[in-house]
Design a protein around this ligand. Sequence first.
Ligand code: FAD
Ligand code: A2P
Length: 365
Amino acid sequence: MAYSEAKVVFGGLIHIPIVIGVFWFIQGFILQRTKRKSSNSTASAQTAVKGTAAKAPAASKSTPPKKSAHADVPVNTYKPKTPFIGKVVENYSLLQKGAIGRVNHITFDLSGGEPPLKYVEGQSIGIIPAGEDAKGKPHKIRLYSIASTRHGDNFAGNTVSLCVRQLQYEKDGQTIDGVCSTYLCNISKGDKVKITGPVGKEMLLPDDEDANIIMLATGTGIAPMRAYLRRMFEPTEREKNKWNFKGKAWLFMGAPKTANLLYDSDFEHYQEKFPENLKYTKAISREQKNAKGGRMYIQDRVLENADKLFELIESEKTHIYLCGLKGMEPGIDEAMTAAAAAKGISWSELRPQLKKAGRWHVETY
Ligand code: FAD
Ligand code: A2P
């Protein structure tokens, strides 16, 4: 059969609507499937949230913090290029006889700065150690959690205190001293120190006087907790801050030996004076044993107290603060998972909700 040019063109043109029709049919089919899929996943996300809501009412009920909350907290008043020059007021050991290592309480005078170097409980400052690194360059800053309240240890509002462990480790048969922690542990009264900051809004306390504060600290992770506890229970500090704390505070403190406990007598004293408001639980890893016969860590104490802890966490007024060794995070997570499960709560669902609600605060290093 012979084809004319017109016939070929006509034949081609007649296929166009068919091709378009098939295209629309396929596109419609794909669109419908995608819609069905997404509505299914939205529904399952809602079910998950609903399920969690049933299991963990506190977190879902709580109101997320307002965007403007903590907007007035000072940040980076002094930067590395133009640091504040503070003067050492005191530098003393926090350890008892027989303790492992070296941990010091160090206070700097901040008076005379323009602008003034102000901070609030839960923030950190940067320290630039004197001297130069191996390449002849100035040392980089290291961060340290502030251990004092905004009023300072002398309540005059012109000092800042730190709690510093000297880093020491063995390498190729040699003891290596950490640059900044050694510099800080060795400084003397009157020495001038380059300070930056303050930084950080992760570890701030809520304004609510009825809040419950659960604190999980290892070693120098106690620094921000000391500031919180002074704000809550130190008489002169309370007079100054007018923050009449009425909630429940629970400190879990991990140290290798009794002699390594930091600020222990202060916390014991607060617990004695405010038995309704403060509970102080210690995990002394090299002296006490956990249920499995291993070293007693704070996560073991969390498990022991799972019931009471989760009773507190169910309240939307409860905040949890975690500070110290980075390595403790998986252990704490595991303990919280088991402790939550005992109450029929899924920790993996609850934790992000607590975080979103501004009630889960972590600073580890
Ligand atoms: P560096 O001289 O900087 O040496 C540290 C380096 O040594 C490491 O980076 C690693 O490379 C190496 N190293 C360390 N250990 C070993 C090892 N076992 N084997 C081999 N190599 C090793 N510290 C406190 O004491 N108190 C605090 O309150 C505090 N708060 C902090 C808050 C924040 C937000 C952060 C981020 C850190 C905080 N730190 C705190 C830690 C502090 O910033 C320093 O990291 C610490 O003091 C060590 O600094 P350095 O200059 O002495 O050590
Ligand atoms: P240990 O060193 O006996 O294993 P410090 O900073 O004064 O050394 O105190 C840190 C405390 O935290 C010690 O009791 C230490 O125990 C403990 N610790 C070490 N690793 C972990 C971990 N993964 N989880 C919780 N606590 C830990």
